[in-house]
Design a protein around this ligand. Structure first.
Ligand SMILES: [Zn+2]
Length: 446
């Protein structure tokens, strides 16, 4: 064999033997098959009645050059309750030996999806029959997650990973632009107020030149729609548009810190579709740019920090609220009195924060509904390319900054009772604890 032929053969063999990422995908239609109570709004008086488009659970398995696995699971749901998150962690560990740090659950926070087991039960008029249906659905949800995780791992194949950031502007700070009826006027006058995060982070997974999967983010509540039909809201439309435009590819949504951001104006299907298409167009633009190719190296870490509950309202105030058992606050107050009498009031909540390094991409995933201040802050601190996901893993509460906590309102205070938590609000050190926890987590993720 001539030297030239040996060199040629070596060159041909190199791409196959060179270390690379591997990725596998799988998805399942998780649309409820029977009418079920719908999540997110306490004011509904009827269960679901039809489907605008199916709800999906999607799994993307990533494996680095050393064989280390990370699984991104995106679902068109309001968010995983602690009950479902903890159950899935155990099942994934048993079935696939995956540890909690290796799995990143994303929930689109759609308000046109089903109620999940033990998620915000106080705010819905739930009968035993309705709860049974929710529990049956949640069991099916968990088995679908197990199934797609296994399939995604089985489907691993060599890929390239790329990261980029685009922009779209439909998210409006919902605390600073009230009443919402004024928003069209404010948009026309370019006079919207309050912090927002218009970044559209994109993780593209390529098999050769064709797009295999794309993960995209945006910091905005999935609350365009509030009717009785299932839908993934704007993020559902984005997934549909991207999967139509890239046949064979899977699109996954990873929501940002949009706890205080709404898609406004809203409530019409054409608006959800418009916002969905705007986000899809932003993703497409990123795919056309020169993106940052990520080295096949994955580091994953997760920890919980004990966030401290503030005080409850006074005994008199709880007793007075508890008189009205037709309101969620009344049902919550009654439970709080019982907990207090039994001496069972927890003082802290184990709040999950997760950090991944995907090549040189720093990806933070935070539980709960996180206000936009945090993502803006973390991008300043850790670099503008930092990806900050919210509604990740356990969605147990709003996570305000000190500013929002002091201002009060829904995100700073009253949502605590909506979530059934034993406090009127978090303690004033909530932001300090979160920042300290994230800083430590980032330094430990190597
Ligand atoms: Zn919300």
């Amino acid at each position: 064999m001539t030297t030239l032929r040996v060199i040629l053969l070596l060159c041909l063999a190199m791409p196959l033997s060179a270390a690379s990422w591997k990725a596998g995908t799988a998805k399942a239609d998780i649309t409820p098959k029977k009418p079920i109570w719908m999540a997110g709004y306490g004011g509904r008086t009827e269960p679901s009645d039809g489907v605008l488009h199916p709800l999906w659970a999607k799994a993307l398995a990533l494996q680095d050059e050393t064989g280390k696995l990370g699984i991104i699971i995106s679902t068109d749901t309001i968010g995983l309750s602690a009950s479902i998150y903890n159950s899935l962690k155990l099942k994934l560990a048993k079935e696939y030996k995956l540890t909690a740090d290796q799995v990143m659950f994303n929930a689109s926070h759609t308000h046109t999806g089903p109620v999940m087991r033990e998620g915000l039960y106080d705010i819905y008029p739930l009968t035993p029959e309705r709860i049974t249906r929710i529990e049956e659905y949640s069991n099916r949800f968990e088995s679908e997650i197990l199934k797609i995780t296994g399939q995604a791992i089985k489907n691993l194949e060599p890929v390239t990973l790329k990261h980029g950031i685009g922009i779209t502007r439909f998210g409006v700070n919902r605390r600073e632009n009230k009443p919402y009826s004024d928003v069209p006027k404010l948009i026309a006058a370019n006079a919207l107020k309050g912090p927002v995060d218009h970044d559209v982070p994109v993780l593209a997974v390529y098999k050769g030149l064709s797009l295999k999967a794309v993960v995209f983010g945006y910091a905005c509540h999935s609350t365009t729609l509030s009717f009785q039909k299932f839908s993934g809201d704007y993020a559902g439309f984005t997934q549909l548009a991207l999967e139509k435009s890239h046949p064979g590819a899977m699109a996954l949504f990873s929501p940002g810190c949009g706890a205080d951001i709404n898609p406004l104006p809203r409530r019409e299907v054409h608006q959800a579709e418009r916002y969905g298409n705007m986000l899809a167009a932003a993703v497409e633009e990123v795919l056309l740019q020169k993106m940052n190719t990520l080295k096949p190296k994955l580091a994953t870490h997760i920890k919980t920090i004990d966030l401290e509950f503030g005080a409850l309202p006074s005994d008199e105030s709880l007793a007075s609220s508890a008189k009205n058992q037709n309101s969620y606050r009344g049902r919550w107050a009654k439970r709080m009195i019982e907990l207090k009498t039994a001496g069972n009031l927890p003082k802290t909540y184990p709040y999950p924060i997760q950090c991944w390094r995907v090549g040189d991409l720093l990806w933070l995933s935070m539980g709960g509904e996180v206000v936009v201040d945090y993502s803006l802050q973390f991008k300043k601190e850790f670099g503008s390319a930092t990806w900050v996901t919210s509604y990740a893993n356990d969605v147990m509460a709003y996570i305000p900054t000190f500013r929002v906590l002091l201002e009060g309102g829904y995100e700073g205070q009253s949502s605590m009772a909506v979530y059934g938590l034993p406090a009127d609000r978090w303690k004033e050190n909530v932001e300090e604890l979160v920042n300290k926890g994230i800083k430590q987590l980032v330094s430990e993720t190597k």
